[in-house]
Write a protein that binds this ligand. Structure first.
Ligand code: HEC
Length: 120
């Protein structure tokens, strides 16, 4: 049981590392698992404030991806942002809590972040 988890995580990390190397050559090639990412975004109520294309209560994922384009620490910064609850200012000026999504494990969360970063 534990071994399967550990191995799976190592494998996914290896795959993610490979995807990053690929991405350096072709920016659109981040190999996020789209279905898993969208399911997690839905489960986490992210679409209440975000959309892929349009600014709602929060910047679109496209805008976020563009903001982080070319930044080496983008993944880590967004993982940190999504790992803890914190207050954010929404577009209409109020304060709301930013809740972490219900990710199964670190790889699941990283997949969501990679998906967001490949929307730009
Ligand atoms: C209550 C509204 C709300 C919900 C729900 C919400 N967000 Fe956000 N989010 C915001 C706002 C507002 C910002 C911009 C302010 C900021 O970055 O501090 C933001 C910023 C972000 C950023 C960019 C952070 C950065 O460093 O630029 C990411 C990535 C993000 N959200 C992902 C998510 C995900 C994934 C979910 C679902 C688990 C989610 N958000 C749910 C309001 C929300």
């Amino acid at each position: 049981m534990t071994w399967t988890l550990v191995c799976g995580d190592v494998m996914r990390k290896a795959v993610a590392a490979g995807a990053l190397v690929l991405a350096a050559h072709s920016p659109a090639a981040l190999a996020a698992n789209d279905d898993a990412a969208e399911a997690l975004a839905k489960a986490g109520n992210c679409y209440k404030c975000h959309s892929v294309e349009k600014t709602k209560k929060a910047p679109s994922y496209k805008k976020i991806a563009q903001k982080y384009k070319g930044k080496a620490d983008a993944e880590d910064a967004l993982i940190k942002h999504l790992s803890a609850r914190k207050a954010v200012k929404v577009e209409d000026g109020g304060d709301e809590d930013h809740e972490p999504p219900p990710a199964r494990d670190a790889a699941d969360l990283r997949n969501l972040v990679q998906w967001i970063l490949s929307r730009g």
